[in-house]
Write a protein that binds this ligand. Structure first.
Ligand code: TEU
Ligand code: CA
Length: 602
């Protein structure tokens, strides 16, 4: 481990501030005065972090049952640490019947049997701490499993003490209480024969929504959060957290409904009140990081969730960028200016009291290189590196999804049997079996959009099943490109995507301007080149990314000059110039050679 990494790990914020103070400006002279309070931002470890998401089911299997497990993660902590990330977000590891791969929790204080035991969890946490990394858990409390003891009780009778832990309503005119739909097809209401009432499930039938208007439910949640925080975990990613408050009148979708149910579900009356209570009761007592999966929250509403003066969450996931290639559940072509406009909008929409995230993939979305790069043989490697450059130099805490650092690609699904995801299987029943959509059309769309693309097993080496498991059949098939695309190969090749991620993560973690610096898109309309600056006082960087497979002679906008090259994905050496000869999927990070004020960037 390098000296600078040690310092960063031990004392991340202070180290970055110190680096900022010692920063040289682009002309090489030492900066005289410290940048004004890091552009107005309070330094925080979670702003400086790079997060790596682990989907335990697909990470590494150690007991040969074809399912990843906690021991598998522990066995690869050196791999994760070597990448340079310092926070791991673990997708749900709790006891679950797996209707939705762990996002349906049966017992919040127990480890999923397939994943191991509580002792395995403690061992994993210890290994993470020993390596000076942090662990963020997935908090899935908008809903539980229908097999959770609370729901087992709740459905027994109308006067059961747990009845009010969930959302029960009688039929309306002999039908569902309203016309809300589930994200996994069909009505969001399920009639339960025992009491003749309906319960609400915004996701699968086996994921009944908890009733947050019941203070007992909220305190159960706070208690289970404390249970894990007292073990030493460092925060939570909060699953669909804006959905926890619902309008108890349950009106139908409005007449002008645009089909985006998440915007209705996220608009409940008490969300902020509940999050402030959670902060008071739990979060304020620990030094933790929180990130809300803010499905259905607009940019305008975002500061209400993340402005630090409101004491709710640290940051949220905004879906505008990651879902740019989808509309109403269907794949669509997207353009680079659209993507750039999203980042500018987000930057303008949040001031120095708020903080953002940067991500273009996770366990719910296709692979980053397939969706936003070019996964053909010729361009998979350079385009994955361009995307890495962007993720790690934009403003906001970057989230890297497991396998993206290897350039793992979407899976060539051929038939419905190749899929596992409940969203796909229910969609097949709703659209194909009813003949509303042809099988070919449905499969073509799922090949591009399915969550299973991201869930195929991690590719470790070129042994059978990519070294993920010794079982003959993993729970989901391994991508057949594993002989070329795997961690062992990537480790041995100094030009691999993996080593490029390492360099970029290292650059970000020692460069305050890439964390706190102003963001400016210097050429928003260019259809193929994404060029932007990150500026902190006199410390200024210029990022130039060719998002196309064309060679482009690119003249920088007036006033800008590329100075010293910090990193380039194609081994280029052009420096101190105003014209760049970009190759296909070329990506470069420069020092800006012109004072930012003269170039009008500040
Ligand atoms: O996902 C929230 C969510 O609604 C979408 O990202 C969803 O995956 C997609 O629209 C389905 O078509 C979170 C989790 O990340 C996801 O894995 C869970 O399935 C879901 O909540 C329910 O817990
Ligand atoms: Ca296993």
């Amino acid at each position: 481990m390098s000296f600078s990494r040690n310092v960063l790990v031990a004392c991340a914020s202070l180290a970055l501030v110190a680096t900022a103070l010692a920063a040289q400006d682009a002309t090489g002279s030492p900066a005289q005065t410290p940048p004004p309070a890091l552009n107005g931002y309070q330094p925080r470890w979670w702003k400086e972090a790079v997060v790596y998401q682990v989907y335990p089911r697909s990470f590494k299997d150690t007991n040969g049952d074809g399912i990843g497990d906690l021991k598998g993660i522990t066995s690869e902590l050196d791999y994760i640490q070597h990448l340079g990330v310092n926070v791991i977000w673990l997708s749900p590891h709790y006891d679950s019947p797996n209707a939705d791969n762990g996002y349906d929790i049966r017992n919040y204080r127990k480890v999923m049997t397939e994943f191991g035991t509580m002792a395995d969890f403690d061992e994993l946490l210890k290994g993470i701490k020993q390596r000076n990394m942090k662990l963020v858990l997935d908090l899935v409390v908008n809903h539980s499993s229908d097999e959770h003891a609370w729901f087992v009780e709740s459905r027994k009778s109308k006067d059961n003490p747990y009845r009010n832990y969930y959302i029960w309503r009688p039929a309306k005119n002999g039908k569902e209480p309203n016309n809300w739909t589930s994200f996994f097809s069909g009505s969001a209401w399920k009639l339960d024969p025992t009491t003749g009432e309906y319960y609400l499930h915004l996701f699968a039938e086996k994921q009944p929504d908890l009733n947050w208007d019941n203070p007992k439910v909220r305190h159960e949640v706070y208690d289970l959060m404390k249970f894990w925080l007292d073990k030493g975990v460092d925060g939570f990613r909060m699953d669909v957290i804006p959905f926890v408050s619902k309008d108890p009148a349950f009106p139908d979708f409005p007449a002008n409904f645009n089909g985006r149910a998440e915007y209705i579900y996220a608009a409940g009356p008490h969300m902020h009140e509940y999050l402030q209570e959670m902060n008071r009761e739990v979060l304020s007592k620990y030094d933790v990081m929180t990130v809300g999966e803010a499905f259905g929250v607009t940019l305008q509403e975002t500061p209400l969730l993340v402005d630090e003066r409101r004491h709710e969450l640290n940051m949220i996931f905004n879906f505008d960028a990651v879902r740019l290639d989808q509309q109403n559940g269907r794949w669509r072509d997207w353009t680079l200016p659209e993507l750039k406009a999203i980042y500018t909008r987000q930057d303008r929409g949040l001031d120095a009291h708020s903080w953002n995230t940067v991500f273009l993939s996770n366990h719910d979305n296709p692979r980053i290189v397939s969706a936003f790069g070019n996964d053909s043989a010729a361009y998979r490697v350079p385009s994955a590196k361009v995307l890495a450059t962007m993720l790690l130099t934009l403003k906001g805490t970057p989230f890297v999804y497991q396998g993206d650092e290897l350039g793992m690609t979407d899976y060539p699904f051929k038939s419905i049997e190749d899929f596992d995801d409940i969203a796909v299987k229910n969609g097949w029943k709703e659209y194909v079996l009813t003949r509303r959509v042809s099988a070919e059309d449905f499969l073509a769309n799922m090949r591009k959009t399915s969550r299973d693309n991201a869930r195929t097993p991690m590719q470790w080496d070129n042994s059978p099943n990519a070294g993920f498991t010794t079982a003959a059949k993993p729970w989901l098939a391994v991508n057949s490109n594993y002989p070329e695309v795997n961690a062992r190969q990537a480790g041995e090749d100094p030009n691999s995507i993996y080593h490029y991620y390492r360099r970029l993560i290292d650059l970000r973690r020692r460069t305050p301007a890439l964390v706190y610096g102003n963001y400016k898109d210097v050429d928003p309309a260019h259809p193929k080149v994404f060029a932007y600056t990150r500026t902190l006082g006199k410390d200024a960087y210029l990022v130039v990314l060719n998002f196309s497979s064309d060679a482009i002679s690119y003249s920088l906008p007036a006033g800008l000059k590329a100075g010293r090259l910090e990193t380039a994905n194609l081994g280029n050496s052009e420096e101190n110039t105003t014209t760049l000869h970009l190759k296909a999927w070329d990506g470069r990070v420069y020092r800006l050679a012109v004072s930012p004020s003269r170039a009008g960037i500040n």
